[in-house]
Design a protein around this ligand. Structure first.
Ligand code: PEP
Ligand code: MG
Length: 756
């Protein structure tokens, strides 16, 4: 049954539009449940009723016409109660409604289950039987499982339907083309979707038309040749290690590769104007359909071989395609997983926005996009990547929304917002040389977060008073091995020099969690609770010491170095790290270097550090609150998981209270506290941070002007009053609404961000 379910979901996912998806659902479910009728009703958000969209069994003329309001009829009851309904004699139920056009009068047994997506009932799946034999509990649980699995696939198909048939406006889920993700780099982009296919997911390869058929055929033939020699090489290597019969498999592979049904079918699709990768996907999908219906399980499994072949050919094609890729002048990069390398490939003058199915605002690529000032939404789980290439899209990096083929009203609204944004940023630019001072004269230094050498110029020119967080893992990530001491020293020196005499905070290596080094793989069940940050570097003092020595040597004559320790959850870790730092410092002095001892700080980003903030503060020079992780660990919400993204908000009352506790504990020991997580760049949150007495803020360069504007418009006293009001609030929405109203009162409504 699991196999059936899996293949059904896959088939629905690869449907070209909603109609096709729904007809697959009804035709495949009917026999599985031994039913006479299977139907799908979907919510029409405009008319607020449920419309019959597909049926195998009911009269076709009823499709699109039978509509039931919320609570009306059995379908409306299922939707209203959001729970299944099983009846052995449907017509005798008080809510039964009969539609003559359906011809359903003889079907007594009824089972309806809600289709729920993102907590909303978006439809109802119904099976009916004529003989009155009731659907049993197994049928009910099976249909519930199917509906749960199909909800996302239906949502995909709805968006696809809207894309491929924009004129045939299905009123069903009118806002289907608006998809939610995580706001990952602020800004608005209106542009053309440019899908970057990944060899890992053949189903996500978009359709694309080409003009030059012969060039495409040459590319395809080259790819086939490359895969053929790859297979031959594989067979050569395994010769002698595998029995003859097993080795014969490679000959079968080679034959399949050249066969009419594989290469031949792909070539003929290319000849009709499809690009090779799209033709490959269509051919694989065609094979999947044929193999799925085979009775012999051995033969059925042969589809895996074809998929494997497909992946190899796709990889070879994409390798070539990447180098000759043309980008639209208003490119919005779209993909299952956009990597920094993919982003870096787009000429910056063409890049308007980024949309990624996987990842979150704290992913590496989001950090890069923020540094480039490119509107980005990550974690758009419902995006049908394979269908949006070339579509007009809007990226709302403030609200974390994406619009596919938006209608003119939405476009107009966003064009207006875009022009407001341009005038706002012109206005904000004027603040560059003004101090970040509250109205009662309290100076709150604003620093930038960085990790990319390439973005130092805009960073330096932003009016930032230094670097509050340099994520050293970024230069580690783009290499093939750990960088050596001299190599690291050169990198750090450039940053320290660029900002001297302004302070620069270099954080020691914080890998693990979602930040993997390609050459230092860590496999764990719970990576965010595992070997991460300081835990790794203390277990590998050789890595830590090399990094500290490089930092210290880089700071010679500049004296603006601060070292920050990530992921501290225990006092002993600080002691051990301090011991190693002093050891490295002592060794360098012995070598004859003249160096000032840097200031050392601890990141407060796990709950245990909040409760021990005093003990930690006593041992170091400063604390820096990493609100990205602190929010994740306090709220138990994975910062990378799009499914729970709505629960992730640093304005949660628990986070605010924890931060206040940190500030108060550090105050006892006379140690300053800064904030370097994303919260420091959120204008609404800044009011609270100033009120708490946070001494400095560090953020991405694009957030800096807005934050400065807030600071200059409030006094510390006023911020304290606002904090007092917020501390009695119990819900995150009340906190955000209240803070936004305070921004609006002083005319800073333009800075308001949507809730996370
Ligand atoms: C944080 O956790 O808030 C932080 C600044 O560190 P990172 O985002 O690199 O984990
Ligand atoms: Mg962190």
């Amino acid at each position: 049954m699991l196999d059936t379910l899996r293949s059904l979901v896959q088939e629905v996912n690869s449907a070209r539009n909603l109609k096709q998806a729904l007809s697959i659902i009804v035709q495949r479910i009917k026999p599985i449940l031994n039913a006479d009728i299977c139907s799908v009703f979907l919510l029409d958000v405009k008319k607020k009723d449920y419309v019959l969209m597909a049926s195998d069994g009911l009269d076709a003329s009823a499709i699109g016409h039978v509509r039931l309001a919320h609570g009306e009829g059995l379908v409306g009851q299922v939707a209203k109660r959001a729970e299944p309904l099983t009846l052995d004699d449907a017509p005798s139920h008080p809510h039964y409604r009969y539609f003559p056009e359906t011809g359903e009068e003889n079907y007594r047994a009824f089972l309806g289950v809600p289709i729920i997506h993102h907590r909303k009932v978006v439809g109802v799946l119904v099976v009916q039987r004529a003989d009155g034999e009731c659907f049993d509990e197994d049928s009910e649980t099976l249909l519930i499982t199917m509906a749960a699995q199909l909800a996302a696939a239906i949502a995909h198909a709805e968006v696809s339907g809207e894309i491929s048939e924009p004129d045939q406006t299905l009123d069903v889920i009118e806002d289907a083309r608006m998809l939610r993700g995580q706001s990952s780099a602020q800004g608005i982009a209106i542009g053309t979707a440019c899908v970057v296919a990944s060899a890992d997911d053949i189903h996500a390869v978009p359709d694309r038309q080409i003009d030059n058929v012969s060039a495409e055929l040459i590319s395809f033939n080259t790819a086939i040749k490359a895969v053929k020699s790859e297979i031959e090489e594989l067979a050569r290597r395994l010769k002698g290690k595998l029995p003859k019969e097993e080795l014969a498999l490679f000959d079968v592979y080679a034959l399949m590769l050249e066969s009419d049904s594989f290469s031949g079918a792909i070539r003929s699709r290319i000849e009709k104007g499809s690009w090779a990768a799209g033709a490959l996907r269509q051919t694989i999908e065609e094979h999947e359909k044929i193999f799925r219906d085979m009775d012999d399980p051995y033969l059925r499994e042969r589809i895996d071989d074809i998929r494997d072949l497909g992946r190899r050919v796709l990889k070879a094609l994409l390798k070539k395609d990447q180098s000759k890729r043309h980008y639209y002048p208003d490119t919005v990069l779209v993909g299952e997983e956009i990597t920094p390398a993919i982003l870096a490939d787009v000429p910056t003058e063409c890049l308007r926005g980024v949309i990624s199915v996987r990842g979150s605002r704290t992913s590496h690529v989001a950090i890069l996009a923020r540094a480039l000032g490119v509107a980005t939404v990550m974690g758009v789980a419902d995006l049908p990547v394979g269908r949006v290439d070339g579509a007009r899209v809007i990226v709302d990096g403030y609200a974390g929304r994406v619009y596919i083929q938006p209608n003119e009203t939405i476009c107009k609204e966003y064009r207006r917002l875009l022009s407001d944004e341009t005038s706002l940023s012109e206005e904000l630019k004027g603040l560059r040389d003004l101090p970040a001072e509250t109205q009662d004269g309290i100076h709150i230094p604003l620093y930038v977060n960085t990790g990319l050498l390439s973005d130092l110029t805009p960073t330096r020119e932003s009016g930032a008073e230094g670097v509050g967080l340099y994520r050293t893992e970024v230069p580690f990530m783009v290499r093939q091995r750990f960088p050596g001491e001299d190599e690291q020293k050169d990198i750090y020196r450039k940053v320290l020099e660029a900002f001297a005499p302004r302070p620069v905070v270099l954080r020691t290596l914080d890998v693990g969690g979602d930040k993997a080094l390609p050459y230092f793989p860590i496999k764990e069940d719970n990576p965010f609770l595992g070997w991460r940050g300081i835990r790794i570097t203390l277990d590998h003092p050789e890595i830590f010491l090399v990094q500290i020595r490089a930092m210290l040597r880089a700071s010679a004559d500049l004296n603006n170095l601060n070292i920050l320790l990530p992921m501290i959850s225990d006092v002993q870790e600080v002691q051990d790290a301090l011991g190693l730092i002093h050891q490295a410092y002592g060794e360098l002095l012995e070598d004859g270097l003249e160096l000032a001892m840097p200031r050392i700080g601890v990141m407060i980003e796990v709950p245990s550090a909040v409760y021990q903030a005093g003990s930690l503060a006593r041992r170091v020079d400063f604390l820096s609150i990493g609100t990205n992780d602190l929010t994740q660990y306090l709220l138990a919400v994975d910062r990378n998981n799009a499914r729970v993204a709505a629960l992730y908000d640093s304005l949660h009352p628990a986070v605010i209270r924890a931060m206040l506790q940190v500030v108060e504990s550090a105050r006892v020991h006379g140690k300053p506290v800064s904030v370097c997580g994303e919260m420091a760049g959120d204008p609404a949150a800044v009011l609270l941070l100033v009120g708490m007495g946070i001494q400095s803020l560090s953020m991405s360069v694009s957030s800096l002007p807005g934050v400065k504007w807030v600071i200059r418009n409030f006094s510390r006293d006023r911020a304290e009053e606002i904090l007092g009001e917020v501390l009695v609030m119990e819900e995150v929405d009340s906190v955000r609404d209240y803070l936004n109203s305070k921004l609006e009162e002083v005319g800073l409504g333009g800075l308001i961000r949507a809730g996370k």
